[in-house]
Design a protein around this ligand. Structure first.
Ligand SMILES: Cc1ncc(COP(=O)(O)O)c(C=O)c1O
Length: 407
């Protein structure tokens, strides 16, 4: 008998830092600002729509590509935002979360040996998705801003080096993954940056997979631009989103992918053998969510609530001696921990969870190349104000504890 029956493709995956921190957070009763999910309820009217759909017996398999009503609602949402008129039958596919759409996209668009560019730090699923598809990840650094502050977010945004990105494109490049608004940095890619990426994609005939799950969470006067809407990019961009983030219902795992018919066709080829279809009543409920959100003022309220949470956590961390980097979008905030005396972000986050009772994620787990990493910790502000205030009380001990440790 072998030591393990596991295939080679899963050998390097290990256990994620999320599991380690969450286990520790539970053990020590820590307030979990590590994992990225809301600790508040999704909208009543969407939850009620799910209950109604179950009662009305919408409980059998949905069509593989998704319920027509939900695909229509997504097409209307795109048209209403002025992004594009899309064909719900040929250009929209409903998936089990953005997670499935990302995996399906890579399986559908990448051949073994093809290179796939992604920015680091990256959302952790990208690398296993690329390697499971037989692809080879190529990383391009996002550099943190010097300085910070919420008010001047644009002037102090994370950025990539244009030459480094251009150099990452080779004859073997098949795809680039662009996550905007970006997890974990909170960066929103500017129109100029996306135009530069678009130019490289066109020059090298590369397909773009965009992960836009936080598109409703952009703050101040920052604009979320869709790569797919830039000239000549529709035919080479697959746009991925997730209603779990938009409606604070992450456990529902309803995502979707939008793309020109040839890209959608490829994705659907993979999707039919991955999950085939996803939860029918939840799709019906999210159709109601998308249809009625604008008239309820839902998006504006969501954004205002998140802005308040972001500002509170910025204040709380700053008061605790952890200055934060600007957050343009998403529900994550990066704090500078270079003054704490810890040499590694992982050690700091484990210590913070254990000793202070607040859990955060070390961003080093989102890098492949560990040279010259900035010393940061990622906190999630998708939490009730009470949760953030409770964390604030605990973080007050940070200064004392650091002094005791001689940090
Ligand atoms: C950038 C990014 N993409 C995708 C996902 C996964 O989305 P879903 O829960 O819809 O699968 C997440 C979840 O945290 C995320 O942060």
């Amino acid at each position: 008998m072998r030591d393990t029956y596991a295939a080679e493709r899963v050998h390097g995956f290990g256990t994620t830092i999320f599991s380690e921190i969450t286990t520790l957070a539970i053990q020590h009763g820590a307030i979990n600002l590590g994992q990225g999910f809301p600790d508040f309820a999704g909208p009543e009217w969407v939850k009620q729509a799910a209950a109604d759909a179950i009662a009305a017996d919408l409980n059998q398999y949905a069509p593989g590509i998704g319920l027509p009503r939900l695909r229509n609602a997504i097409a209307v949402h795109w048209a209403r935002n002025g992004w594009r008129e899309i064909d719900p039958d040929r250009e929209v596919t409903i998936t089990s979360g953005a997670t499935e759409a990302l995996f399906g996209a890579l399986m559908a668009l990448v051949n073994p040996g093809d290179e796939v560019i992604c920015f680091e730090p990256f959302y952790d699923a990208y690398v296993p998705d690329i390697t499971m598809a037989g692809g080879v990840p190529r990383f391009v650094r996002l550099y943190p801003p010097v300085g910070g502050g919420v008010a001047d977010a644009r002037a102090a945004s994370w950025r990539f080096d244009h030459d480094e990105l251009a150099a990452a494109f080779t004859q073997r490049t098949r795809a680039i993954i662009v996550n905007t608004p970006h997890n974990p940095t909170g960066k929103v890619f500017t129109r100029a940056e996306l135009e530069y990426i678009a130019r490289l994609c066109q020059e090298h005939d590369v397909v773009a997979i965009t992960d836009e799950v936080y598109d409703q969470m952009v703050y101040d006067d920052v604009e979320h631009v869709l790569l797919a809407t830039l000239p000549d990019m529709w035919k080479r961009t697959l746009t991925i989103n997730s209603s779990g983030k938009t409606f604070s219902l992450t456990g529902w795992k309803i995502g979707y992918a939008i793309g020109a018919p040839h890209l959608t066709w490829a994705l659907r080829q993979a999707h039919q053998w991955i999950t085939f279809a996803t939860a029918t009543p939840l799709q019906a409920a999210l159709a109601v969510g998308l249809e009625t959100a604008p008239e309820r003022g839902y998006y504006a309220e969501l954004r205002a609530d998140y802005r308040e949470r972001r500002n509170l956590l910025t204040q709380v961390l700053g008061d605790a001696g952890l200055p934060t980097l600007p957050v343009e979008g998403s529900y994550f905030i990066m704090a500078d921990i270079s003054n704490t005396g810890f040499a590694s972000d992982a050690e700091f986050c484990l210590w913070l969870t254990r000793e202070i009772g607040v859990a955060a994620i070390p961003p080093s787990s989102f890098y492949a190349d560990h040279t010259d990493l900035p010393l940061l910790a990622r906190f999630c502000f998708a939490k009730r104000l009470e949760t953030l205030q409770a964390a604030s009380e605990r973080l007050k001990r940070l200064g004392d504890a650091s002094r005791v440790l001689g940090c």
